[in-house]
Design a protein around this ligand. Structure first.
Ligand code: HEC
Ligand SMILES: [Cu+2]
Length: 367
């Protein structure tokens, strides 16, 4: 058995958990049976009811079968059985019983949908927009202090634990789909359409999400993280994010990175990054690529394909030519920028940090 198969049997199967990731990438498990989410709980309770009914039916039918076979065994009754056509009573039973069963399942399903679908009044609203091959998460209720627009983050969705989150999904280019299995059901993100539904979890932690519609060559690389913080920590995060103004570049390296980001570098044929990326508190307001406002406080690169140290190691190669790291990546290559310039851009981007008490990584366990 190879490692992956062994892991599948030892970890994935017993807990109904699918294994995500490969040797090169950080491993994280996704679990559609995570009962810390009210959505998953409601579906699970309904499934139990249906499974119990199925077991009762199985036992009943098996009993009737064995009873009949035994009762009419040939050695007990050697005479030819009585011949008849039709049995109204039996036929009525065989119609009425399944109708009752199907009606009960229909009522259960309708009830579950009625519980799970309406948006609760006190839900926190988040807009999730899919684009090839990344996610924008925008908090329409959290206006930027003293500026225009609302708090936005790229590829990392921060939510409070213990509260319903109303996700409104849409897409910029083709159909994508939002799914964070531990937190609830999957929904399509369709250009020109807005769909709202709920996710939630009682348990603070970092959860895995993915685009689940084949949207192009990097569909499987269109990942995201959901970081569920305890309420007080979430409040600190969102308040700091509203008040956030990108720190001014300090070192010479950061200053050069800042200049290239805002103005490009004509001698290296480099277009300014600000036309596609936003940094809150600067003139950069592009929305073609992920928001970079707190890039230094994030832990992923390329919509979740690199994490932690691997992420830092891949920032320069990413800027230089991201299609080499991610098939179909729509960010232009910056191959003519010198290694120094790439390092300076990296230094500037990593300096874009939330205040330490408001940063959200490392505060809750990865689930
Ligand atoms: C034409 C638009 C465009 C320009 C110009 C552009 N980018 Fe991007 N950038 C993108 C897109 C689109 C993505 C998302 C690609 C993906 O993940 O598939 C991206 C992603 C990134 C990421 C990864 C973000 C994350 O958290 O995953 C970094 C870092 C980045 N760009 C840096 C830069 C820098 C630095 C420049 C300027 C030198 C720049 N970009 C110029 C469109 C652009
Ligand atoms: Cu997608």
């Amino acid at each position: 058995m190879n490692t992956l198969t062994r892991q599948f049997f030892s970890r994935a199967l017993p807990s109904a958990t699918l294994l995500l990731g490969s040797a090169a990438l950080a491993q994280q498990t996704i679990n559609v049976g995570d009962l810390n989410s009210s959505y998953n709980r409601n579906i699970w309770y309904m499934s139990i009811a249906v499974i119990v009914m199925a077991i009762l039916i199985f036992v009943g039918v098996s009993y009737a079968l064995f009873y009949t076979v035994n009762k009419f065994r040939e050695d007990k009754r050697s005479a030819e059985p009585e011949q008849f056509h039709g049995n109204n009573r039996l036929e009525t039973v065989l119609i009425v019983v399944p109708v009752i069963i199907v009606t009960i399942i229909t009522i259960l399903a309708a009830r579950t949908m009625a519980i799970v679908n309406p948006t609760p009044k006190d839900a926190l609203h988040v807009n999730a927009t899919g684009a090839k091959f990344w996610w924008a998460f925008e908090y329409p209720e959290s206006k930027v202090q003293g500026g225009t627009g609302t708090v936005t983050n790229g590829n990392e969705l921060v939510i409070p634990a213990g509260r319903q989150i109303a996700i409104t999904a849409t897409a910029k280019d083709v159909i994508h789909a939002f799914w964070a299995p531990n937190l609830g059901g999957q929904r399509d993100a369709i250009p020109g359409s807005k769909k709202t539904w709920q996710i939630d979890t009682d348990k603070p932690g970092v959860y895995q999400g993915n685009c689940t519609v084949l949207c192009g060559p990097s569909h499987a690389n269109m990942r995201f993280k959901v970081v569920a913080l305890p309420k007080a920590q979430y409040d600190t995060f969102i308040a700091a994010a509203q008040a956030y103004k990108a720190p001014a570049p300090v070192s010479t390296s950061e200053k050069n990175g800042y200049t290239i980001f805002m103005q490009g570098k004509a001698s290296a044929g480099a277009a300014a990054c600000l036309s596609c990326h936003r940094i809150q508190g600067t003139q950069a307001a592009g929305a073609v690529g992920p928001d970079m406002s707190f890039f230094g406080s994030r832990n992923t690169l390329g919509a979740g394909i690199y994490e932690g140290q691997a992420r830092i190691n891949h920032i320069k190669p990413w800027i230089k030519k991201c299609v080499d790291l991610k098939p179909g990546c729509l960010m232009p290559a910056y191959e003519k920028l010198s290694d120094q310039d790439l390092g300076d851009l990296q230094a500037y981007l990593l300096s874009l940090k939330l205040p330490e008490n408001a940063s959200y990584w490392g505060k809750v366990p990865v689930r």
